[in-house]
Ligand binder design. Sequence first.
Ligand SMILES: *Cc1c(COP(=O)(O)O)cnc(C)c1O
Length: 394
Amino acid sequence: MSPRPDALARLAAHTAERAKAGLRRRLRAFDHMDGPWLERDGRTLLSFCGNDYLGLAQHPQLIAALKRTADDEGVGSGSAHLIAGHRAEHAALEEALAEWTGRERALLFSTGYMANLGVMQALLAEGDVCVQDKLNHACLLDGAKLSGAELKRYPHADVEGAARQLQSRPGACALLATDGVFSMDGDVAPLRELSALCAREGATFMVDDAHGLGVLGPEGAGSVAAAELSQHDVPVLMATLGKALGCFGAFVAGRASLIEGLVQSARTFVYTTAMPPAMAAATLAAVRVAREDAWRRDKLQSLIRRFRDGAGQLGLPLMPSDTAIQPLLIGDANHAVMAAEALESVGFLVGAIRPPTVPQGKARLRITLSAMHEDDQVDALLEALSGLPWATEV
Ligand SMILES: *Cc1c(COP(=O)(O)O)cnc(C)c1O
C-alpha cells in the first residue's frame, strides 16, 4: 500500500505553486485608519480599496451606540440566537432592516459568507438545481456546493443563458442566485429580467446585495429597490452590514415564512454565536444614518462621475460600472500587481485583483470610491494613474 498523502505537505506545495506563479496573497497589518487614510510602517496611504462606501465605519453616532451598549451589555453575546444570545438590539435591528428593504421579516447572520451558505443549505437539497451568474461571489458558489444541489452557471449577466440552464433541468426545484452589484466588476445584474425569468420558470429568485444596500435605490434600500422589485419578485434578499453600513455581519430578508424556515434549518444561523449586541446597536444607528443622509449617496455619485469622466479622458480601461466599484482592466496578473505597487509608492492604496478571484486574463485594479473621498483626492488618483506605463499604452 502506498503511504497516505500528507495534508500539510500538500497545502505547503500548493502555497509554493501560487508563489511561483506570482499569485501569493500577502497578509499585512495596518496600524491606523482615519477616514480614507491608512497608516502602515509610518507611511500614510490614501485608500481606494475599501467597501465603506458611505463613510460610516467611523461615524460618531455608530461609535456612541457601540460604546453605550457595550457599557450596559458587555462585549460578547454569550450564546447562539436560539439559546440566549438574541437580545433586544438584534430584534430592533432586524425590524429596521425589514422595514428599510420592504420585507416582512429579516434575520441576522454573523457574516455574509455564512448567510449565503445557510440560505442555500436550507432551501436546496440533492437533486435540485442552483443557477448562478459566472461572476457571483465565492460564497454563493460555495453555498450551492454545500447544499448538494447541482450548480449550473451562466455567462455574466446573460438572461438567455440563465434561461437555458433552468430549462436544462425542467421539473427540478430551482434557485437562481445573483449578486445585485457584482463585487469585482461593479455592474448591476439584470434584476428585472431575471425576476421575470424566475416567475416564468417557477424558480426561486435570490439576490445578494452586499454592494448595493446603502448605495443604490430610494433611501439606499439597494439594487432590488432601485429596480422596483418587491418581496414577491425577489423572495430571497441577502445583504451585508460590513460594507456601506460600515459595521459587521449580514441579514436575509423576505416573507415571515422564509425567515421562520431559516430559523429552523439554516445551520450557519442555528449553530453559531450571535453577533455582539453592541454591534447590532451600532448597525441600527448605521441604518438610520444611511437612510437619512442622502447627501452621502449624492456625493458618492458625483465622485463616481468625476472619476469616470477623468479616466475616460485619460483613455484608461474603464469597465461598464456606475457604482462605487470602478475597476480598471489590466489583464495580466503581474502587471496588475506592478500597477498597484507603483500606486502605493506614490501614496495610493488600490487592490490588485487576480485569478482565481477574477477569470484568467482579467486581472484588474479594483478602485472603490466612498463618500468620504474628496474631489481633489480623486483628481490626485487620476493623476497617479495617468503616470503608469500601462495606462498610456491603452
Ligand atoms: C463581501 C461579500 C459577501 C460576504 O460578506 P461578509 O459579511 O464579508 O462575509 C457576500 N457576497 C458578496 C457579493 C460580497 O461582496
